[in-house]
Design a protein around this ligand. Structure first.
Ligand code: 2PG
Ligand code: MG
Length: 419
Protein backbone atom coordinates (compact mmCIF):
# COMPACT_ATOMS: atom_id res chain seq x y z
CA UNK A 1 0.00 0.00 0.00
CA UNK A 2 1.34 3.40 -0.91
CA UNK A 3 2.09 6.04 1.74
CA UNK A 4 2.26 9.02 -0.57
CA UNK A 5 -0.24 11.78 -1.15
CA UNK A 6 -1.47 11.18 -4.69
CA UNK A 7 -4.37 13.62 -4.99
CA UNK A 8 -5.79 16.62 -3.11
CA UNK A 9 -9.29 17.88 -3.68
CA UNK A 10 -11.15 20.77 -1.99
CA UNK A 11 -14.67 22.07 -2.42
CA UNK A 12 -17.04 24.61 -0.92
CA UNK A 13 -19.73 23.07 1.33
CA UNK A 14 -22.03 24.56 4.01
CA UNK A 15 -21.74 24.84 7.78
CA UNK A 16 -24.52 24.66 10.39
CA UNK A 17 -25.38 28.35 9.96
CA UNK A 18 -25.70 27.98 6.21
CA UNK A 19 -22.37 29.68 5.55
CA UNK A 20 -19.83 28.27 3.10
CA UNK A 21 -16.80 26.43 4.44
CA UNK A 22 -13.91 24.38 3.07
CA UNK A 23 -13.96 20.58 2.75
CA UNK A 24 -10.73 18.81 1.79
CA UNK A 25 -9.97 15.25 0.70
CA UNK A 26 -6.46 13.85 0.57
CA UNK A 27 -5.90 10.65 -1.38
CA UNK A 28 -3.27 7.97 -1.36
CA UNK A 29 -4.16 5.54 -4.13
CA UNK A 30 -7.90 5.05 -3.80
CA UNK A 31 -8.00 5.64 -0.05
CA UNK A 32 -8.85 9.12 1.22
CA UNK A 33 -9.17 11.18 4.39
CA UNK A 34 -11.64 14.05 4.64
CA UNK A 35 -12.10 17.06 6.90
CA UNK A 36 -14.60 19.93 6.96
CA UNK A 37 -13.32 23.14 8.54
CA UNK A 38 -15.60 24.78 11.19
CA UNK A 39 -16.11 28.53 11.71
CA UNK A 40 -16.61 30.81 14.73
CA UNK A 41 -18.81 33.87 15.39
CA UNK A 42 -17.21 35.22 18.56
CA UNK A 43 -13.79 34.98 16.97
CA UNK A 44 -10.72 36.16 18.86
CA UNK A 45 -8.87 39.10 17.38
CA UNK A 46 -5.67 37.05 17.22
CA UNK A 47 -7.03 33.96 15.46
CA UNK A 48 -5.46 32.69 12.25
CA UNK A 49 -7.10 34.13 9.15
CA UNK A 50 -10.20 32.46 7.76
CA UNK A 51 -10.11 33.43 4.09
CA UNK A 52 -13.48 34.71 2.77
CA UNK A 53 -14.09 35.98 -0.76
CA UNK A 54 -16.06 39.17 -0.03
CA UNK A 55 -18.36 40.60 -2.72
CA UNK A 56 -22.03 39.68 -3.10
CA UNK A 57 -21.82 35.93 -3.46
CA UNK A 58 -22.98 34.27 -0.20
CA UNK A 59 -23.04 37.78 1.38
CA UNK A 60 -19.28 37.90 1.02
CA UNK A 61 -18.74 34.65 2.90
CA UNK A 62 -17.76 32.44 -0.04
CA UNK A 63 -14.55 30.42 0.29
CA UNK A 64 -13.72 29.85 -3.38
CA UNK A 65 -10.32 31.50 -3.01
CA UNK A 66 -9.38 29.18 -0.14
CA UNK A 67 -10.64 26.20 -2.20
CA UNK A 68 -8.56 27.39 -5.14
CA UNK A 69 -5.52 27.74 -2.88
CA UNK A 70 -5.90 24.06 -1.96
CA UNK A 71 -6.67 22.76 -5.46
CA UNK A 72 -4.19 24.85 -7.43
CA UNK A 73 -1.37 25.88 -5.10
CA UNK A 74 -0.96 23.89 -1.87
CA UNK A 75 -2.36 20.62 -3.23
CA UNK A 76 0.06 20.24 -6.15
CA UNK A 77 2.97 21.16 -3.86
CA UNK A 78 2.21 18.44 -1.27
CA UNK A 79 1.81 15.63 -3.81
CA UNK A 80 4.23 12.77 -3.12
CA UNK A 81 4.68 13.64 0.57
CA UNK A 82 4.66 10.83 3.15
CA UNK A 83 1.20 10.79 4.77
CA UNK A 84 2.77 9.75 8.11
CA UNK A 85 4.94 12.88 8.27
CA UNK A 86 2.24 15.12 9.73
CA UNK A 87 4.66 17.59 11.25
CA UNK A 88 6.66 17.87 8.05
CA UNK A 89 3.51 18.52 6.04
CA UNK A 90 2.21 21.17 8.43
CA UNK A 91 5.55 22.99 8.70
CA UNK A 92 5.95 22.90 4.93
CA UNK A 93 2.56 24.60 4.42
CA UNK A 94 3.25 27.17 7.16
CA UNK A 95 6.51 28.04 5.44
CA UNK A 96 4.89 28.27 2.02
CA UNK A 97 2.29 30.64 3.45
CA UNK A 98 5.00 32.69 5.07
CA UNK A 99 2.73 34.99 7.12
CA UNK A 100 2.41 34.78 10.94
CA UNK A 101 -1.36 34.13 10.75
CA UNK A 102 -1.88 32.13 7.53
CA UNK A 103 -3.21 35.21 5.79
CA UNK A 104 -1.82 34.28 2.38
CA UNK A 105 -3.51 30.94 1.73
CA UNK A 106 -6.00 30.94 4.61
CA UNK A 107 -6.09 28.87 7.80
CA UNK A 108 -9.22 27.24 6.37
CA UNK A 109 -7.19 25.96 3.40
CA UNK A 110 -4.17 24.81 5.43
CA UNK A 111 -6.16 23.18 8.24
CA UNK A 112 -8.32 21.32 5.73
CA UNK A 113 -5.23 19.66 4.26
CA UNK A 114 -3.63 19.09 7.68
CA UNK A 115 -6.52 17.17 9.27
CA UNK A 116 -7.59 15.37 6.08
CA UNK A 117 -4.04 14.03 5.87
CA UNK A 118 -4.16 12.85 9.48
CA UNK A 119 -7.45 11.06 8.82
CA UNK A 120 -5.95 9.37 5.78
CA UNK A 121 -2.91 8.25 7.80
CA UNK A 122 -5.16 6.74 10.50
CA UNK A 123 -7.24 4.96 7.88
CA UNK A 124 -4.14 3.64 6.15
CA UNK A 125 -3.03 2.01 9.42
CA UNK A 126 -6.53 0.64 10.05
CA UNK A 127 -6.90 2.76 13.20
CA UNK A 128 -9.62 4.99 14.59
CA UNK A 129 -8.57 8.64 14.43
CA UNK A 130 -8.20 8.80 18.22
CA UNK A 131 -5.88 5.78 18.24
CA UNK A 132 -3.66 7.38 15.63
CA UNK A 133 -3.55 10.68 17.54
CA UNK A 134 -2.36 9.21 20.86
CA UNK A 135 -2.47 6.43 23.43
CA UNK A 136 -4.99 7.99 25.78
CA UNK A 137 -8.16 6.11 26.63
CA UNK A 138 -9.72 8.98 28.54
CA UNK A 139 -13.26 10.06 27.73
CA UNK A 140 -13.63 13.80 28.35
CA UNK A 141 -16.33 15.31 30.54
CA UNK A 142 -18.76 17.04 28.17
CA UNK A 143 -19.66 20.68 28.70
CA UNK A 144 -23.13 21.00 27.20
CA UNK A 145 -24.10 24.53 26.27
CA UNK A 146 -27.82 24.48 27.09
CA UNK A 147 -28.56 28.22 27.38
CA UNK A 148 -27.24 30.35 24.52
CA UNK A 149 -26.70 34.10 24.80
CA UNK A 150 -24.29 36.67 23.38
CA UNK A 151 -23.59 36.55 19.67
CA UNK A 152 -25.01 33.00 19.42
CA UNK A 153 -28.58 34.11 20.23
CA UNK A 154 -30.79 37.09 19.59
CA UNK A 155 -31.63 38.22 23.14
CA UNK A 156 -30.26 40.45 25.91
CA UNK A 157 -28.30 37.82 27.81
CA UNK A 158 -24.68 39.00 27.61
CA UNK A 159 -22.94 35.80 28.67
CA UNK A 160 -22.67 33.58 25.61
CA UNK A 161 -22.83 30.07 27.08
CA UNK A 162 -24.21 28.28 30.14
CA UNK A 163 -22.98 24.71 30.25
CA UNK A 164 -23.93 21.55 32.13
CA UNK A 165 -20.99 19.48 33.35
CA UNK A 166 -21.99 15.93 34.40
CA UNK A 167 -19.01 15.28 36.66
CA UNK A 168 -20.42 12.81 39.16
CA UNK A 169 -21.00 9.86 36.84
CA UNK A 170 -19.01 6.74 36.12
CA UNK A 171 -19.07 6.85 32.34
CA UNK A 172 -19.45 9.31 29.49
CA UNK A 173 -22.62 7.53 28.45
CA UNK A 174 -24.24 7.99 31.86
CA UNK A 175 -23.15 11.61 32.13
CA UNK A 176 -24.57 12.33 28.69
CA UNK A 177 -27.87 10.62 29.47
CA UNK A 178 -28.32 12.59 32.69
CA UNK A 179 -27.48 15.82 30.84
CA UNK A 180 -30.08 15.07 28.19
CA UNK A 181 -32.66 14.51 30.94
CA UNK A 182 -31.81 17.88 32.48
CA UNK A 183 -31.88 19.54 29.04
CA UNK A 184 -35.45 18.38 28.47
CA UNK A 185 -36.47 19.40 31.98
CA UNK A 186 -34.98 22.83 31.35
CA UNK A 187 -37.09 23.06 28.21
CA UNK A 188 -40.25 22.42 30.24
CA UNK A 189 -39.28 24.96 32.87
CA UNK A 190 -38.39 27.65 30.35
CA UNK A 191 -41.66 27.17 28.52
CA UNK A 192 -43.63 27.42 31.75
CA UNK A 193 -41.82 30.52 32.97
CA UNK A 194 -41.22 32.48 29.76
CA UNK A 195 -43.63 31.04 27.17
CA UNK A 196 -43.17 29.03 23.97
CA UNK A 197 -40.72 31.37 22.26
CA UNK A 198 -38.26 30.74 25.11
CA UNK A 199 -37.47 27.28 23.79
CA UNK A 200 -36.21 28.45 20.42
CA UNK A 201 -32.67 27.23 19.86
CA UNK A 202 -29.49 29.25 19.49
CA UNK A 203 -26.57 28.43 17.19
CA UNK A 204 -25.21 25.68 19.44
CA UNK A 205 -28.50 23.93 20.15
CA UNK A 206 -29.09 25.49 23.56
CA UNK A 207 -32.25 27.42 24.33
CA UNK A 208 -32.24 31.15 23.71
CA UNK A 209 -34.81 32.39 26.25
CA UNK A 210 -35.60 36.03 27.09
CA UNK A 211 -33.49 35.80 30.26
CA UNK A 212 -31.61 39.01 31.07
CA UNK A 213 -29.17 38.04 33.81
CA UNK A 214 -26.61 35.31 34.42
CA UNK A 215 -28.12 34.63 37.84
CA UNK A 216 -31.55 33.88 36.37
CA UNK A 217 -29.94 31.48 33.88
CA UNK A 218 -27.97 29.69 36.60
CA UNK A 219 -31.01 29.51 38.92
CA UNK A 220 -33.19 27.81 36.34
CA UNK A 221 -30.40 25.35 35.54
CA UNK A 222 -30.01 24.42 39.20
CA UNK A 223 -33.79 24.00 39.49
CA UNK A 224 -33.82 21.68 36.45
CA UNK A 225 -30.96 19.58 37.86
CA UNK A 226 -32.80 19.21 41.16
CA UNK A 227 -36.14 18.48 39.47
CA UNK A 228 -34.56 15.43 37.87
CA UNK A 229 -33.33 14.19 41.22
CA UNK A 230 -29.65 14.96 40.56
CA UNK A 231 -27.40 16.61 43.10
CA UNK A 232 -25.86 19.99 42.27
CA UNK A 233 -22.15 20.15 43.18
CA UNK A 234 -21.96 16.40 43.33
CA UNK A 235 -23.30 15.09 40.07
CA UNK A 236 -23.58 18.33 38.14
CA UNK A 237 -21.43 21.43 37.96
CA UNK A 238 -21.87 24.39 35.63
CA UNK A 239 -19.59 26.27 33.29
CA UNK A 240 -19.97 29.62 31.56
CA UNK A 241 -18.29 31.15 28.54
CA UNK A 242 -18.68 34.91 28.90
CA UNK A 243 -16.90 35.69 25.59
CA UNK A 244 -16.51 39.05 27.33
CA UNK A 245 -14.79 40.87 24.46
CA UNK A 246 -18.16 40.76 22.69
CA UNK A 247 -19.85 42.99 25.29
CA UNK A 248 -16.98 45.34 26.05
CA UNK A 249 -17.85 48.71 24.50
CA UNK A 250 -15.79 51.88 25.05
CA UNK A 251 -13.90 50.27 27.91
CA UNK A 252 -17.00 49.14 29.83
CA UNK A 253 -18.72 45.78 30.14
CA UNK A 254 -22.42 45.82 29.24
CA UNK A 255 -23.88 42.96 31.21
CA UNK A 256 -27.12 41.99 32.98
CA UNK A 257 -28.64 45.43 32.31
CA UNK A 258 -25.64 47.23 33.85
CA UNK A 259 -22.60 49.01 32.52
CA UNK A 260 -19.56 48.01 34.56
CA UNK A 261 -16.03 49.36 34.68
CA UNK A 262 -13.29 46.73 34.67
CA UNK A 263 -12.77 46.61 38.43
CA UNK A 264 -16.50 46.44 39.09
CA UNK A 265 -16.67 43.57 36.63
CA UNK A 266 -13.96 41.73 38.57
CA UNK A 267 -16.16 42.16 41.66
CA UNK A 268 -19.14 40.89 39.67
CA UNK A 269 -17.31 37.56 39.33
CA UNK A 270 -16.26 37.48 42.99
CA UNK A 271 -19.91 37.74 43.98
CA UNK A 272 -21.10 35.27 41.36
CA UNK A 273 -18.51 32.65 42.33
CA UNK A 274 -19.14 33.08 46.08
CA UNK A 275 -22.92 32.80 45.60
CA UNK A 276 -22.76 29.84 43.23
CA UNK A 277 -20.29 27.15 44.30
CA UNK A 278 -21.72 25.05 41.47
CA UNK A 279 -19.99 27.35 38.97
CA UNK A 280 -16.86 25.35 38.25
CA UNK A 281 -15.60 26.69 34.94
CA UNK A 282 -15.27 30.30 33.74
CA UNK A 283 -14.17 30.85 30.14
CA UNK A 284 -13.08 34.21 28.72
CA UNK A 285 -14.37 36.12 31.75
CA UNK A 286 -12.66 39.33 30.53
CA UNK A 287 -11.53 41.03 27.35
CA UNK A 288 -9.08 39.10 25.16
CA UNK A 289 -6.27 41.56 25.96
CA UNK A 290 -6.67 41.71 29.72
CA UNK A 291 -4.27 39.02 30.93
CA UNK A 292 -4.11 40.78 34.32
CA UNK A 293 -7.84 40.47 35.06
CA UNK A 294 -7.72 36.77 34.13
CA UNK A 295 -4.74 36.47 36.49
CA UNK A 296 -6.75 38.05 39.27
CA UNK A 297 -9.36 35.29 39.06
CA UNK A 298 -6.68 32.59 38.88
CA UNK A 299 -5.01 33.96 42.02
CA UNK A 300 -8.27 34.00 43.91
CA UNK A 301 -10.01 30.88 42.60
CA UNK A 302 -7.42 28.94 40.59
CA UNK A 303 -7.19 26.10 43.11
CA UNK A 304 -10.90 25.32 42.96
CA UNK A 305 -12.16 26.61 39.58
CA UNK A 306 -11.19 26.28 35.96
CA UNK A 307 -10.26 29.67 34.49
CA UNK A 308 -10.40 28.89 30.79
CA UNK A 309 -8.63 30.89 28.10
CA UNK A 310 -10.12 30.94 24.59
CA UNK A 311 -10.05 34.33 22.82
CA UNK A 312 -7.20 35.23 25.19
CA UNK A 313 -4.85 32.55 23.87
CA UNK A 314 -6.41 31.43 20.53
CA UNK A 315 -4.57 28.05 20.63
CA UNK A 316 -1.36 29.97 19.95
CA UNK A 317 1.86 29.09 21.83
CA UNK A 318 3.04 32.70 21.91
CA UNK A 319 -0.18 33.84 23.59
CA UNK A 320 -0.13 30.80 25.90
CA UNK A 321 3.42 31.71 26.92
CA UNK A 322 2.22 35.21 27.83
CA UNK A 323 -0.60 33.63 29.85
CA UNK A 324 1.99 31.43 31.60
CA UNK A 325 4.15 34.46 32.44
CA UNK A 326 1.14 36.30 33.82
CA UNK A 327 -0.52 33.34 35.54
CA UNK A 328 -3.65 34.13 33.54
CA UNK A 329 -5.28 30.69 33.14
CA UNK A 330 -5.34 27.12 34.37
CA UNK A 331 -7.33 25.61 31.47
CA UNK A 332 -6.82 25.98 27.72
CA UNK A 333 -9.68 25.99 25.26
CA UNK A 334 -8.29 24.31 22.16
CA UNK A 335 -9.81 24.98 18.72
CA UNK A 336 -7.89 23.60 15.78
CA UNK A 337 -9.07 26.29 13.36
CA UNK A 338 -7.89 29.13 15.63
CA UNK A 339 -4.32 28.18 14.78
CA UNK A 340 -4.77 26.30 11.50
CA UNK A 341 -2.79 23.05 11.68
CA UNK A 342 -2.71 19.86 13.74
CA UNK A 343 0.96 20.25 14.63
CA UNK A 344 0.53 23.72 16.09
CA UNK A 345 -2.60 22.66 18.00
CA UNK A 346 -0.55 19.80 19.47
CA UNK A 347 2.20 22.23 20.46
CA UNK A 348 -0.41 24.38 22.24
CA UNK A 349 -1.69 21.26 24.01
CA UNK A 350 1.80 20.11 25.07
CA UNK A 351 2.77 23.55 26.35
CA UNK A 352 -0.41 23.72 28.45
CA UNK A 353 0.23 20.24 29.81
CA UNK A 354 3.80 21.19 30.76
CA UNK A 355 2.13 23.44 33.37
CA UNK A 356 -0.17 20.61 34.50
CA UNK A 357 -3.14 22.64 33.36
CA UNK A 358 -6.30 21.17 31.86
CA UNK A 359 -7.55 21.30 28.27
CA UNK A 360 -11.05 21.65 26.83
CA UNK A 361 -11.31 20.61 23.18
CA UNK A 362 -13.89 22.84 21.53
CA UNK A 363 -16.20 23.04 18.54
CA UNK A 364 -17.05 26.34 16.83
CA UNK A 365 -20.48 27.93 16.73
CA UNK A 366 -20.47 27.28 12.97
CA UNK A 367 -19.99 23.49 12.83
CA UNK A 368 -20.60 20.61 10.46
CA UNK A 369 -21.28 16.88 10.54
CA UNK A 370 -17.53 16.30 10.95
CA UNK A 371 -16.73 14.53 14.23
CA UNK A 372 -12.94 14.92 14.28
CA UNK A 373 -12.85 16.84 17.59
CA UNK A 374 -14.45 13.90 19.42
CA UNK A 375 -11.51 11.71 18.40
CA UNK A 376 -9.08 14.52 19.08
CA UNK A 377 -10.33 14.88 22.66
CA UNK A 378 -9.83 11.18 23.42
CA UNK A 379 -6.55 10.74 21.53
CA UNK A 380 -4.97 13.73 23.23
CA UNK A 381 -6.43 12.83 26.62
CA UNK A 382 -8.16 16.18 27.17
CA UNK A 383 -10.10 16.54 30.41
CA UNK A 384 -13.15 18.12 28.80
CA UNK A 385 -14.91 18.75 25.51
CA UNK A 386 -17.47 21.39 24.69
CA UNK A 387 -19.54 20.77 21.65
CA UNK A 388 -22.92 22.34 22.30
CA UNK A 389 -26.28 21.13 23.52
CA UNK A 390 -27.55 17.60 22.95
CA UNK A 391 -29.57 18.93 20.02
CA UNK A 392 -28.84 19.83 16.38
CA UNK A 393 -27.04 17.08 14.52
CA UNK A 394 -23.76 18.95 14.07
CA UNK A 395 -23.46 19.01 17.91
CA UNK A 396 -24.93 15.57 18.63
CA UNK A 397 -22.65 14.00 16.01
CA UNK A 398 -19.65 14.59 18.29
CA UNK A 399 -21.40 13.16 21.36
CA UNK A 400 -22.46 10.11 19.33
CA UNK A 401 -18.87 9.54 18.23
CA UNK A 402 -17.77 9.64 21.88
CA UNK A 403 -20.43 7.02 22.69
CA UNK A 404 -18.97 4.81 19.96
CA UNK A 405 -15.42 5.31 21.21
CA UNK A 406 -16.38 4.54 24.80
CA UNK A 407 -18.14 1.34 23.73
CA UNK A 408 -15.18 0.32 21.56
CA UNK A 409 -12.74 0.86 24.45
CA UNK A 410 -14.89 -1.18 26.82
CA UNK A 411 -13.25 -1.66 30.23
CA UNK A 412 -10.25 0.38 29.18
CA UNK A 413 -12.29 3.58 28.86
CA UNK A 414 -11.78 6.09 31.69
CA UNK A 415 -14.30 8.86 32.08
CA UNK A 416 -12.80 12.10 33.41
CA UNK A 417 -15.16 12.68 36.31
CA UNK A 418 -13.01 15.00 38.40
CA UNK A 419 -13.50 18.60 39.42
C1 2PG B 1 -16.48 29.96 21.89
C2 2PG B 1 -17.02 29.36 20.62
C3 2PG B 1 -17.60 27.99 20.70
P1 2PG B 1 -17.33 30.73 18.46
O1 2PG B 1 -16.49 31.19 22.06
O2 2PG B 1 -15.96 29.24 22.72
O3 2PG B 1 -18.61 27.85 21.63
O4 2PG B 1 -17.83 30.23 19.91
O5 2PG B 1 -17.09 29.52 17.64
O6 2PG B 1 -18.45 31.61 17.96
O7 2PG B 1 -16.07 31.50 18.69
MG1 MG C 1 -15.20 30.84 23.98
Amino acid sequence: MTNEISKVRAREVLDSRGNPTVEVEIYSGNQFGRFIVPSGASTGQFEAVELRDGGNRFHGKGVLQAVKNVNEILGPKVLGRDIFDQEGLDKFMIELDGTPNKAKYGANAILGISIANMRLAAKNKGLWDFEYIGDSKRLPCPMLNVINGGSHAGGDLAIQEFMLMPIGFDSFKDGLRASVEVYHQLKKQLKKKYGSSAINLGDEGGFAPPIDTARDAIDILIASIKDMGYKPEEQFYLGIDAAASEFLHDGKYHIDGKILARDDFINYYYELVEDYPILLSLEDPFDENDFEAFGDLVTKYGSTRAIVADDLTVTNVERINTAIDKGAMNYLLLKVNQIGSFTEAKEAFDLTKSKDWGVVISHRSGETEDTFIADLSVGMGAERIKTGAPARSERVAKYNQLLRIEEYLGDEAQYYNKI
